[in-house]
Write a protein that binds this ligand. Sequence first.
Ligand SMILES: [Zn+2]
Length: 233
Amino acid sequence: MEATKLLYTNDSTIKEFDATVTRIGPKFVVLDQTAFYPEGGGQPTDTGKLIVDGKEVKVIKVMKRGDEVFHYLSDDVELDAKVHGVVDWDKRFQYMRLHSGEHLLTGLFEARGSGPKVFSSFSQLDFKPSEITEDTLSEVWKRFDEIIDKNVPVEIYNTNRDELDVGDDERKQSFLEKIPKDVHELRMVKIGDYAETFCMGTHVKSTGDIGKLKSLRLESKKKRRKIVYFELI
Ligand SMILES: [Zn+2]
């Protein structure tokens, strides 16, 4: 078994790449390297195509199992075949914008004492217990748009697992527990002084790519759970 080299971890802007098929099965292949992001960490699977001997095969779904990345295809491909991968870029860029926006919003709310985040997606953030008010919301919206205008770089760096302090954030604690114990280097994502967390996902290069907020809405639930719904322009 050969580990798949994850091209997207060092450069999330790779749209096309060459690779060799290292394992096959009915309508799936494992590649020696890939720029396709596999489903995970709240980010959906990339799709796209593989070009093999001038023929196009659709990439329908991508999943990481252990160290290998499985590409589920519209057709069979032979072992050791040389392939050219093309990521559906419009879709991926949209995911990167929303996911990076999610990071920035989380950081801004946490800095204003939102309470721990218990869930998040491309359209909502749930905090519980939380005392977020409409005032917090308008403050965050204003700050968010200012940071977009400033085009702050989104930095990626590695840190030692033992040096990471997630405090009593249960969500982060459970994420950490799911990472195998032999993984000592964690990949961190930092947006200026506004947001910083470990994450394996794909992100835009700077906040200008995220774009401003179109809407930000607050809903109060039972047991002091607050849901923030967001949309980007
Ligand atoms: Zn991320």
